[in-house]
Design a protein around this ligand. Sequence first.
Ligand code: C2E
Ligand code: MG
Ligand code: MG
Ligand code: MG
Length: 292
Amino acid sequence: HAKQNGRARWMMFDQTMQEGALRRLTLEAELRLALPDGQLFLQYQPIVSPKDGVIRGFEALLRWRHPVLGMISPVEFIPVAEEIGLIGEIGGWVLGEACRALSVWQQTSASVLSMSVNVSAVQLNDGRLVELVTRVLGETGIAADSLKLELTESAVMADPEHALAIFKQLKSLGVRLSLDDFGTGYSSLSHLRRLPIDTLKIDRSFVSAMDTHGDKRQIAEVVVMLARSMGLDVVAEGVETSAELNILREMGSDFVQGYFYFRPLDVEAVVAALSRQNAGGTILQHQQLGSE
Ligand code: C2E
Ligand code: MG
Ligand code: MG
Ligand code: MG
């Protein structure tokens, strides 16, 4: 009986593995068609000042809606794109699309807005990133300092010398640089100090339930202090509750991003949120004037 049981388990394991491999092969084949077929699109998650709740910028987040498979997470398909050599093309499209969107929104927004774009480790190393960013800035005409490139701490620390060389070139264009998912990699402080970065993004894993987990709160606090001492901004990602928000406010996090304020939004919802904000700003000004 035990033996039979074992064999059943083994067969299940084997089947799961086959399904995994099959899914993977399917995604590889389908991903090649996704961009030309218009299946990829961006959502934009507002990055908010926790003091006044005002939207200061957005992070562009890539989405894939497959006609049969449905929505597929970037966590699943970005690694596939990296492996089959598609991330350069896809990443180039994301950058252009996000900067075009920003150039439109900036024209109607009362506050200065920035756009954060995720850049893959593969793009950091493919030798074309600086050229790509130069071209997109030229084509869209957005101010270079309104573009923020997000690179994960682990991508950067995998080869800090190379990252430094590319970062220097990117900084000379005037764009800003963020270390994403900060706290999950292994930063060397000496490398960190030498990198010309502008922002640390506290990883969601330290923000989620930070009100009931002292260890998470402590890590977040260390990141905020580290950023302070290096003159960098801090963004906390994944803020879902008012308890988390209040802690981050007290810590002095410059910006927050998370479901508490906004989920990633479609373009139409961004436009609506910005026009609400503009209208609100006008009312506030009137009230202030009126009370003087
Ligand atoms: P990330 O850059 O750290 O992006 C933040 C992720 O946290 C996003 O997941 C966002 O939807 C999610 N998030 C934000 N606030 C909350 C919250 O309050 N609660 C929860 N549970 N989640 C929240 P998403 O969109 O699934 O993206 C996952 C990752 O995929 C990104 O992590 C990034 O590493 C990668 N990615 C997304 N778009 C791109 C892209 O255009 N290029 C590259 N290279 N990577 C991308
Ligand atoms: Mg990011
Ligand atoms: Mg992140
Ligand atoms: Mg993250």
